[in-house]
Write a protein that binds this ligand. Structure first.
Ligand code: GLU
Length: 297
């Protein structure tokens, strides 16, 4: 049993990462929220009513990020983000088989929402002003922090972003951590792929001279959970990444509804259970739901 502590800068508080035989406790039951409670009656003309009447919702999420959104043998993605999407669907009265998951990578989340290819995006999606110009965000529901993944025993001795100077670090196009490196750590050599698994593989194989991967601590933790002998986290976060639920612009009521769903799930413990049943198998965290940022477009 190895234990590694990772800390976030804000609401997610201290996360304890404990790797033990791959991080699985053998149970694979997830916190599938019940749809047995009758959904609230929604007013005509609202997005909630449209979705509830259709009995279907299309959710953009990640398919290659263990702990938050990973499509495995079940054929459906699993993880904390998937659970959050299920909580929202359940409150709309939509059964689990009414949820269609579409893979979103970091760079296509705004376009997929703008083109209405998906109804919501729950995909380790950081709220920021630039994105907010073209999409809306409910939440935040979690605060991650940017961190660095290195090979086990940290052969390059990288202790933080300044230690990336002159070294090759991998991240993903259209992600906020990649933008942070470009803007604030220009001496790092940045290699960009479209998904984090490609970065993980490049780190493992040393492709293109990659000696580190940077993105949110919880994503990197997912790769450590799968290969604890190969990788480790530097474990010092250097920027907040507050996760929101992306919506097409102008759906203020739906945004407010989602914030109420999150609030309720926080109060009745469903959100914590959703975390504990997924990411919490590897990352211990007492969630504290951050203050909602408001839904004014
Ligand atoms: N949270 C960051 C972002 O939204 C990084 C994770 C990701 O790329 O999904 O850009």
């Amino acid at each position: 049993m190895r234990a590694l502590r990772i800390t976030t800068l804000a609401a997610a508080a201290a996360l304890t990462l404990a790797a033990c035989g791959g991080g699985s406790d053998g149970g694979d039951d997830t916190a599938a929220p019940s749809t047995s409670e009758s959904p609230a009656a929604f007013a005509d003309g609202t997005r909630m009513k449209e979705l509830a009447d259709a009995g279907k919702i299309t959710v953009g999420t990640k398919f290659d990020q263990p702990l938050f959104g990973l499509k495995g043998l079940s054929g459906e993605p699993e993880g904390f983000d998937v659970e959050v999407a299920q909580l929202i669907a359940a409150k709309l009265g939509i059964p689990e088989d009414g949820i269609e998951y579409v893979e979103t990578v970091s760079s296509n989340r705004e376009p997929f929402l703008e083109q209405k290819q998906v109804d919501i995006v729950v995909a380790t999606y950081t709220i920021n002003d630039k994105r907010d110009e073209v999409v809306d965000f409910a939440g935040p529901y979690f605060v991650a922090g940017q961190d660095i993944l290195v090979k086990a025993d940290n052969p390059e001795g990288i202790e933080g972003p300044d230690g990336l100077a002159g070294k090759t670090v991998c991240s993903v196009s259209g992600s906020t951590p990649a933008g942070n490196i470009q803007q604030n750590y220009p001496e790092a050599k940045l290699v960009l792929f479209d998904t984090y698994t490609k970065c993980r593989d490049a780190l493992r194989d040393g492709t293109d001279g990659v000696v580190a991967v940077t993105t949110d601590n919880v994503i990197l933790s997912g790769y450590v959970s799968e290969s604890p002998d190969d990788f480790e986290l530097v474990g010092k976060t250097f920027r907040d990444e507050p996760y929101g639920i992306g919506l097409p612009e102008g759906q203020e009521e739906f945004c407010q509804f989602i914030n109420e769903v999150l609030q309720e799930a926080d109060e009745d413990g469903t959100l914590q259970k959703a975390f504990d049943d997924t990411a919490g198998k590897f990352i211990e965290s007492e969630l504290e739901l951050p203050e909602p940022r408001g839904c004014d477009s």
